[in-house]
Design a protein around this ligand. Sequence first.
Ligand SMILES: CC(C)(COP(=O)(O)OP(=O)(O)OC[C@H]1O[C@@H](n2cnc3c(N)ncnc32)[C@H](O)[C@@H]1OP(=O)(O)O)[C@@H](O)C(=O)NCCC(=O)NCCS
Length: 239
Amino acid sequence: MTVPEEQLLVTGRIRSRVNKQWYPYTMRVLKESDLPSVLELYDFVVENIEDSDMLWRYANETVVDFLGQDGIVAGVFVDRTLVGFRVMYFHHEGDPNNPLLCNRSSYGKTAHLALCVVHPEFRGNSLQKHMGVHLLRVAQASRPFPTMCSIVSPHNYPSISDKFSLNMVVVKLMPKFRRIWRYIFYRDMDTPITAVDKKLIFAASYDYPRQIELLEQGYYGVQLGTSSGETGLFFRKLR
Ligand SMILES: CC(C)(COP(=O)(O)OP(=O)(O)OC[C@H]1O[C@@H](n2cnc3c(N)ncnc32)[C@H](O)[C@@H]1OP(=O)(O)O)[C@@H](O)C(=O)NCCC(=O)NCCS
């Protein structure tokens, strides 16, 4: 398949978890005509996910908006098959998915890392992170944005690791999407974060009260890790 130059993001090789073989892949910006492949992969992953609280199924109309003017979607193909995609979109007025921190003045200026799906056969290749890096690059070039946010399950460790690798921090833990708990990740693109002091405080993933207490005291979630055999976040005061 020849991909037009303006859509091509990168090529590379990824390993199948099924037969352990390496396959060449192409990453490109998706178009509205890719909708059937996007929905097919999305539905397959939603139907096969172990914990349905992890992944929100946006309405098909919203997925169409993602592929249109409101968003930029990166997709990874092995041969002609879509095996992963990642969505960034810009909030607009009346957006039901608008996180609380995105106020009226930031409509159209806050990039939301909204959705990422990788086929189970090709997980473990850090495709979410690779797509994120290229998505950010093309998005900043085409429509510079001052802030970026994302809503992530406190138990989706690959997604949490991905957000920290993009220099985002946890600013809130709150019930979203029909009262399912979510972290709100945030990044000011122009202001690098600096630590006020070196102290890191750990709170386990399931300990919501402790995490909320730390966030309310001015700490931010900055790192995924373990302590005494428990997975959780390390919190730190930032400037
Ligand atoms: C989330 C998803 C896209 C990630 O796929 P992926 O890019 O293949 O992720 P990987 O398995 O390669 O893991 C990515 C990173 O998370 C880390 N990670 C994975 N599981 C982890 C765990 N239990 N604890 C800590 N870190 C973990 C990996 O070590 C890896 O880190 P590295 O890149 O520094 O090596 C994929 O699992 C998926 O499609 N899940 C279903 C849909 C979903 O939940 N999407 C996210 C919400 S929109």
